[in-house]
Design a protein around this ligand. Structure first.
Ligand code: SF4
Length: 355
Protein backbone atom coordinates (compact mmCIF):
# COMPACT_ATOMS: atom_id res chain seq x y z
CA UNK A 1 0.00 0.00 0.00
CA UNK A 2 1.32 3.46 -0.92
CA UNK A 3 2.41 5.64 1.97
CA UNK A 4 0.48 8.84 2.46
CA UNK A 5 2.09 11.93 0.87
CA UNK A 6 2.57 13.94 4.08
CA UNK A 7 1.94 13.79 7.79
CA UNK A 8 0.00 17.05 7.52
CA UNK A 9 -2.44 15.66 4.90
CA UNK A 10 -2.83 12.49 6.99
CA UNK A 11 -3.54 14.60 10.07
CA UNK A 12 -6.35 16.43 8.27
CA UNK A 13 -7.82 13.07 7.26
CA UNK A 14 -7.65 11.84 10.85
CA UNK A 15 -9.50 14.97 11.98
CA UNK A 16 -12.12 14.46 9.33
CA UNK A 17 -12.51 10.80 10.25
CA UNK A 18 -12.82 11.67 13.97
CA UNK A 19 -15.46 14.28 13.24
CA UNK A 20 -17.50 11.73 11.27
CA UNK A 21 -16.88 8.51 13.11
CA UNK A 22 -15.64 9.02 16.68
CA UNK A 23 -15.80 6.87 18.78
CA UNK A 24 -14.46 3.89 16.79
CA UNK A 25 -17.31 1.42 16.36
CA UNK A 26 -15.50 -1.32 18.24
CA UNK A 27 -14.10 0.79 21.09
CA UNK A 28 -16.11 -0.84 23.87
CA UNK A 29 -18.13 1.20 26.29
CA UNK A 30 -17.49 4.71 24.95
CA UNK A 31 -20.70 6.71 25.03
CA UNK A 32 -21.45 7.36 21.36
CA UNK A 33 -24.22 9.80 22.20
CA UNK A 34 -21.76 12.52 23.12
CA UNK A 35 -21.23 15.47 20.82
CA UNK A 36 -17.77 15.68 19.29
CA UNK A 37 -15.50 18.68 18.82
CA UNK A 38 -12.24 18.08 16.93
CA UNK A 39 -9.19 20.35 16.94
CA UNK A 40 -5.53 20.02 16.01
CA UNK A 41 -2.12 21.17 17.22
CA UNK A 42 -3.11 22.10 20.75
CA UNK A 43 -1.94 21.24 24.23
CA UNK A 44 0.25 22.78 26.91
CA UNK A 45 3.56 24.64 26.86
CA UNK A 46 5.40 21.34 27.16
CA UNK A 47 3.30 19.06 25.00
CA UNK A 48 1.29 19.67 21.88
CA UNK A 49 -1.01 16.99 20.48
CA UNK A 50 -1.70 16.49 16.77
CA UNK A 51 -5.44 15.86 17.02
CA UNK A 52 -7.74 16.44 19.96
CA UNK A 53 -11.22 14.98 20.25
CA UNK A 54 -13.47 16.53 22.89
CA UNK A 55 -16.34 14.30 23.92
CA UNK A 56 -19.02 16.69 25.11
CA UNK A 57 -22.36 16.62 26.82
CA UNK A 58 -24.79 17.57 24.02
CA UNK A 59 -26.92 19.92 26.06
CA UNK A 60 -23.87 21.43 27.75
CA UNK A 61 -22.21 22.09 24.38
CA UNK A 62 -25.29 23.91 23.13
CA UNK A 63 -25.32 26.03 26.29
CA UNK A 64 -21.60 26.77 25.90
CA UNK A 65 -22.44 28.42 22.55
CA UNK A 66 -24.20 31.26 24.43
CA UNK A 67 -20.72 32.50 25.39
CA UNK A 68 -19.77 32.92 21.73
CA UNK A 69 -17.34 31.18 19.34
CA UNK A 70 -14.19 32.61 20.94
CA UNK A 71 -12.51 30.86 23.82
CA UNK A 72 -12.86 32.02 27.39
CA UNK A 73 -9.41 32.48 28.90
CA UNK A 74 -8.77 31.75 32.57
CA UNK A 75 -9.74 35.29 33.70
CA UNK A 76 -13.06 35.15 31.85
CA UNK A 77 -13.71 31.63 33.11
CA UNK A 78 -13.18 32.82 36.70
CA UNK A 79 -15.74 35.55 36.11
CA UNK A 80 -18.50 33.58 34.45
CA UNK A 81 -18.18 30.74 36.92
CA UNK A 82 -18.24 32.94 40.02
CA UNK A 83 -20.58 35.77 39.03
CA UNK A 84 -23.68 35.80 41.30
CA UNK A 85 -27.28 35.55 40.15
CA UNK A 86 -28.12 38.86 41.91
CA UNK A 87 -26.27 42.19 41.50
CA UNK A 88 -23.20 42.45 43.73
CA UNK A 89 -20.05 44.54 44.04
CA UNK A 90 -17.42 42.52 42.17
CA UNK A 91 -14.96 42.44 45.06
CA UNK A 92 -17.63 41.03 47.37
CA UNK A 93 -18.61 38.13 45.14
CA UNK A 94 -15.43 37.03 43.38
CA UNK A 95 -12.69 35.02 45.07
CA UNK A 96 -9.62 37.04 46.08
CA UNK A 97 -7.27 36.81 43.05
CA UNK A 98 -3.55 36.14 43.42
CA UNK A 99 -2.90 39.16 41.15
CA UNK A 100 -4.03 42.83 41.40
CA UNK A 101 -7.78 43.60 41.26
CA UNK A 102 -7.26 45.90 38.29
CA UNK A 103 -6.78 42.83 36.10
CA UNK A 104 -10.14 41.56 37.31
CA UNK A 105 -11.71 44.90 36.34
CA UNK A 106 -10.15 44.58 32.86
CA UNK A 107 -11.63 41.09 32.53
CA UNK A 108 -15.04 42.44 33.62
CA UNK A 109 -14.89 45.05 30.84
CA UNK A 110 -13.89 42.39 28.29
CA UNK A 111 -16.72 40.14 29.42
CA UNK A 112 -19.14 43.06 29.18
CA UNK A 113 -17.92 43.88 25.64
CA UNK A 114 -18.52 40.27 24.64
CA UNK A 115 -21.99 40.32 26.16
CA UNK A 116 -21.38 37.37 28.48
CA UNK A 117 -21.70 39.18 31.83
CA UNK A 118 -24.06 41.88 33.09
CA UNK A 119 -22.46 44.94 34.63
CA UNK A 120 -23.68 48.25 36.03
CA UNK A 121 -22.07 51.11 37.89
CA UNK A 122 -24.21 52.77 40.52
CA UNK A 123 -21.78 55.42 41.80
CA UNK A 124 -18.15 54.37 41.77
CA UNK A 125 -18.60 50.69 42.24
CA UNK A 126 -18.82 48.12 39.45
CA UNK A 127 -21.51 45.55 40.11
CA UNK A 128 -21.85 42.34 38.19
CA UNK A 129 -24.47 39.70 37.64
CA UNK A 130 -24.33 36.40 35.84
CA UNK A 131 -26.05 36.18 32.48
CA UNK A 132 -26.07 32.40 32.24
CA UNK A 133 -24.45 29.65 34.31
CA UNK A 134 -21.29 28.34 32.65
CA UNK A 135 -22.22 24.78 31.63
CA UNK A 136 -20.41 21.57 32.44
CA UNK A 137 -19.92 20.73 28.77
CA UNK A 138 -16.62 18.84 28.61
CA UNK A 139 -16.69 15.13 29.42
CA UNK A 140 -13.51 13.59 28.02
CA UNK A 141 -10.39 14.64 26.14
CA UNK A 142 -8.84 12.20 23.69
CA UNK A 143 -5.39 12.96 22.28
CA UNK A 144 -4.28 11.39 18.98
CA UNK A 145 -0.77 11.40 17.53
CA UNK A 146 -0.71 10.98 13.76
CA UNK A 147 2.10 8.90 12.33
CA UNK A 148 1.18 7.49 8.93
CA UNK A 149 4.54 5.80 8.61
CA UNK A 150 5.77 4.75 12.04
CA UNK A 151 9.30 3.42 11.61
CA UNK A 152 11.51 2.37 14.52
CA UNK A 153 13.16 5.76 15.11
CA UNK A 154 9.81 7.62 14.95
CA UNK A 155 8.42 5.05 17.40
CA UNK A 156 11.26 5.72 19.87
CA UNK A 157 10.59 9.48 19.83
CA UNK A 158 6.85 8.98 20.04
CA UNK A 159 7.22 6.42 22.84
CA UNK A 160 8.83 9.03 25.12
CA UNK A 161 6.06 11.55 24.37
CA UNK A 162 3.35 9.02 25.10
CA UNK A 163 5.03 8.00 28.36
CA UNK A 164 4.91 11.66 29.33
CA UNK A 165 1.17 11.79 28.50
CA UNK A 166 0.45 8.65 30.50
CA UNK A 167 2.37 9.94 33.54
CA UNK A 168 0.70 13.37 33.51
CA UNK A 169 -2.80 12.01 32.80
CA UNK A 170 -4.18 15.21 31.33
CA UNK A 171 -6.07 13.47 28.51
CA UNK A 172 -8.51 10.66 29.27
CA UNK A 173 -7.02 8.56 26.47
CA UNK A 174 -4.05 8.76 24.16
CA UNK A 175 -3.97 7.12 20.73
CA UNK A 176 -1.66 6.73 17.77
CA UNK A 177 -3.26 6.89 14.34
CA UNK A 178 -1.20 5.19 11.68
CA UNK A 179 -1.88 4.26 8.08
CA UNK A 180 -3.38 0.81 7.72
CA UNK A 181 -1.11 -1.70 6.00
CA UNK A 182 -1.86 -4.97 4.22
CA UNK A 183 -0.02 -6.95 6.91
CA UNK A 184 -1.93 -9.51 8.96
CA UNK A 185 -0.63 -7.86 12.14
CA UNK A 186 -0.06 -4.11 11.96
CA UNK A 187 3.73 -3.50 12.18
CA UNK A 188 3.19 -0.70 14.72
CA UNK A 189 2.27 -3.40 17.25
CA UNK A 190 5.88 -4.61 17.23
CA UNK A 191 7.18 -1.20 18.32
CA UNK A 192 8.04 -0.44 21.93
CA UNK A 193 5.15 1.88 22.81
CA UNK A 194 3.34 2.33 26.15
CA UNK A 195 0.58 -0.27 26.52
CA UNK A 196 -1.80 2.46 27.73
CA UNK A 197 -1.88 4.10 24.27
CA UNK A 198 -4.48 2.92 21.79
CA UNK A 199 -3.57 2.23 18.16
CA UNK A 200 -5.84 3.06 15.30
CA UNK A 201 -5.13 1.74 11.81
CA UNK A 202 -6.67 4.30 9.47
CA UNK A 203 -7.18 4.03 5.74
CA UNK A 204 -7.06 7.72 4.81
CA UNK A 205 -8.61 7.43 1.35
CA UNK A 206 -11.75 5.59 2.39
CA UNK A 207 -11.75 6.92 5.95
CA UNK A 208 -12.21 3.50 7.46
CA UNK A 209 -10.45 2.62 10.67
CA UNK A 210 -9.83 -0.38 12.88
CA UNK A 211 -8.68 -0.47 16.46
CA UNK A 212 -5.42 -2.44 16.49
CA UNK A 213 -4.88 -1.92 20.23
CA UNK A 214 -7.29 -0.63 22.84
CA UNK A 215 -6.19 2.23 25.11
CA UNK A 216 -6.51 2.36 28.86
CA UNK A 217 -8.33 5.26 30.47
CA UNK A 218 -5.88 7.55 32.22
CA UNK A 219 -6.37 8.83 35.77
CA UNK A 220 -7.37 12.41 35.03
CA UNK A 221 -8.80 12.96 38.53
CA UNK A 222 -5.64 11.85 40.32
CA UNK A 223 -2.33 13.69 40.76
CA UNK A 224 -0.19 13.53 37.63
CA UNK A 225 3.56 13.08 37.41
CA UNK A 226 5.53 15.32 35.11
CA UNK A 227 8.84 13.79 34.04
CA UNK A 228 11.39 16.62 34.01
CA UNK A 229 14.57 14.72 33.28
CA UNK A 230 15.50 11.14 32.55
CA UNK A 231 18.85 9.42 33.07
CA UNK A 232 20.55 9.18 29.69
CA UNK A 233 20.82 5.44 30.08
CA UNK A 234 24.60 5.10 29.71
CA UNK A 235 26.32 2.12 31.41
CA UNK A 236 27.49 4.13 34.39
CA UNK A 237 24.47 6.38 34.72
CA UNK A 238 23.03 5.68 38.16
CA UNK A 239 21.03 8.90 38.42
CA UNK A 240 17.30 8.90 39.10
CA UNK A 241 14.71 10.57 36.89
CA UNK A 242 13.54 13.99 38.12
CA UNK A 243 9.80 14.62 38.23
CA UNK A 244 7.14 16.78 39.87
CA UNK A 245 3.52 16.22 40.85
CA UNK A 246 0.60 18.09 39.35
CA UNK A 247 -2.46 18.31 41.53
CA UNK A 248 -5.88 17.34 40.19
CA UNK A 249 -7.29 20.90 40.51
CA UNK A 250 -4.52 22.28 38.27
CA UNK A 251 -5.18 19.46 35.81
CA UNK A 252 -8.89 20.24 35.74
CA UNK A 253 -8.21 23.89 34.98
CA UNK A 254 -5.68 23.02 32.26
CA UNK A 255 -8.11 20.58 30.66
CA UNK A 256 -10.81 23.23 30.51
CA UNK A 257 -8.36 25.78 29.07
CA UNK A 258 -7.40 23.27 26.34
CA UNK A 259 -11.06 22.53 25.67
CA UNK A 260 -11.89 26.23 25.34
CA UNK A 261 -9.06 26.70 22.82
CA UNK A 262 -10.18 23.61 20.90
CA UNK A 263 -13.74 24.96 20.82
CA UNK A 264 -12.49 28.20 19.30
CA UNK A 265 -10.01 26.81 16.80
CA UNK A 266 -11.34 23.49 15.61
CA UNK A 267 -9.20 21.72 13.01
CA UNK A 268 -9.97 23.82 9.96
CA UNK A 269 -7.94 26.70 11.33
CA UNK A 270 -4.94 25.48 9.27
CA UNK A 271 -5.86 28.23 6.85
CA UNK A 272 -4.97 30.87 9.47
CA UNK A 273 -1.29 29.98 9.30
CA UNK A 274 -1.11 29.45 5.50
CA UNK A 275 -0.76 31.97 2.66
CA UNK A 276 -4.37 31.94 1.55
CA UNK A 277 -3.64 35.33 -0.07
CA UNK A 278 -1.33 33.58 -2.58
CA UNK A 279 -2.70 33.22 -6.11
CA UNK A 280 -1.80 29.50 -6.06
CA UNK A 281 -3.79 28.75 -2.91
CA UNK A 282 -7.00 26.78 -3.40
CA UNK A 283 -9.29 24.54 -1.41
CA UNK A 284 -10.03 21.17 -3.00
CA UNK A 285 -12.86 18.90 -2.00
CA UNK A 286 -12.08 15.40 -0.76
CA UNK A 287 -14.73 12.66 -0.47
CA UNK A 288 -17.31 15.19 -1.63
CA UNK A 289 -17.04 17.21 1.54
CA UNK A 290 -13.67 17.81 3.20
CA UNK A 291 -11.96 21.02 2.13
CA UNK A 292 -8.22 20.45 1.84
CA UNK A 293 -5.61 23.07 0.97
CA UNK A 294 -4.13 22.68 -2.51
CA UNK A 295 -1.22 24.49 -4.12
CA UNK A 296 -1.58 24.94 -7.88
CA UNK A 297 2.15 25.72 -8.25
CA UNK A 298 3.19 22.49 -6.51
CA UNK A 299 0.31 20.44 -7.92
CA UNK A 300 -0.55 18.87 -4.55
CA UNK A 301 -1.69 19.49 -0.99
CA UNK A 302 1.04 21.67 0.45
CA UNK A 303 2.06 21.47 4.11
CA UNK A 304 1.48 24.34 6.52
CA UNK A 305 5.26 24.72 6.84
CA UNK A 306 5.69 25.06 3.07
CA UNK A 307 2.86 27.53 2.68
CA UNK A 308 4.52 30.43 4.45
CA UNK A 309 6.23 33.72 3.72
CA UNK A 310 9.40 31.76 2.84
CA UNK A 311 7.80 29.89 -0.05
CA UNK A 312 9.71 30.54 -3.27
CA UNK A 313 6.54 30.13 -5.38
CA UNK A 314 4.48 32.66 -3.45
CA UNK A 315 2.69 35.24 -5.60
CA UNK A 316 0.11 37.61 -4.13
CA UNK A 317 -3.39 37.30 -5.53
CA UNK A 318 -3.90 40.03 -8.14
CA UNK A 319 -5.93 43.01 -6.87
CA UNK A 320 -8.42 42.51 -9.74
CA UNK A 321 -9.49 39.18 -8.17
CA UNK A 322 -10.80 41.13 -5.23
CA UNK A 323 -13.31 43.04 -7.29
CA UNK A 324 -14.41 40.44 -9.84
CA UNK A 325 -17.53 38.63 -8.74
CA UNK A 326 -16.42 37.47 -5.31
CA UNK A 327 -19.33 37.81 -2.97
CA UNK A 328 -17.37 39.22 -0.09
CA UNK A 329 -14.57 41.71 0.32
CA UNK A 330 -11.07 40.43 0.01
CA UNK A 331 -10.96 37.99 -2.90
CA UNK A 332 -10.67 34.17 -3.07
CA UNK A 333 -8.28 33.86 -0.12
CA UNK A 334 -10.77 35.48 2.21
CA UNK A 335 -13.53 33.40 0.71
CA UNK A 336 -11.60 30.22 1.60
CA UNK A 337 -11.34 31.39 5.18
CA UNK A 338 -15.01 32.14 5.37
CA UNK A 339 -15.96 28.73 3.97
CA UNK A 340 -13.86 26.98 6.61
CA UNK A 341 -15.12 29.23 9.38
CA UNK A 342 -18.67 28.49 8.31
CA UNK A 343 -18.03 24.75 8.58
CA UNK A 344 -16.43 25.16 11.99
CA UNK A 345 -19.49 26.99 13.26
CA UNK A 346 -21.79 24.29 11.93
CA UNK A 347 -20.01 21.82 14.22
CA UNK A 348 -20.80 24.00 17.26
CA UNK A 349 -24.52 23.55 17.95
CA UNK A 350 -26.18 26.75 19.13
CA UNK A 351 -23.89 29.17 17.27
CA UNK A 352 -25.62 31.24 14.64
CA UNK A 353 -24.34 30.80 11.04
CA UNK A 354 -22.18 33.53 9.50
CA UNK A 355 -24.06 36.26 7.66
S1 SF4 B 1 2.94 28.77 -3.90
FE1 SF4 B 1 3.71 28.57 -1.81
S2 SF4 B 1 2.63 30.20 -0.67
FE2 SF4 B 1 1.52 29.88 -2.60
S3 SF4 B 1 -0.09 28.38 -2.12
FE3 SF4 B 1 1.68 27.25 -2.90
S4 SF4 B 1 2.82 26.67 -1.03
FE4 SF4 B 1 1.42 28.33 -0.47
Amino acid sequence: MDRYPSEFAFELRTCRWAERAWPPADAGDVDSDRAIVVARQLGTKRRRWDTIVLECDRDGLRKRARFGPERLDSDLLDLVRNAPTEWAYYRDCLPEPDYPWRYVREAIHRADDRGILETRKPGNRIEIRRKWPYPDWLERIVAIENKPDLDASAATALGAQLEYDVAVGLADEVWIATQRTDERIEPVLFEDLPVEAGILALEPETLTAEVAWYPRSLAVDEPGTRILERPDGGRHDGSAARFEYIDPTAKRETRLAIAERAYERGWRSFVDTMRHDCRHFQLHTRDGHQLEPYCVAKGRCQTAAECSGNCGDFEPEPPAWRTRGWPIEGGPGKRCRQLLEDRRRRRRPGLSPLD
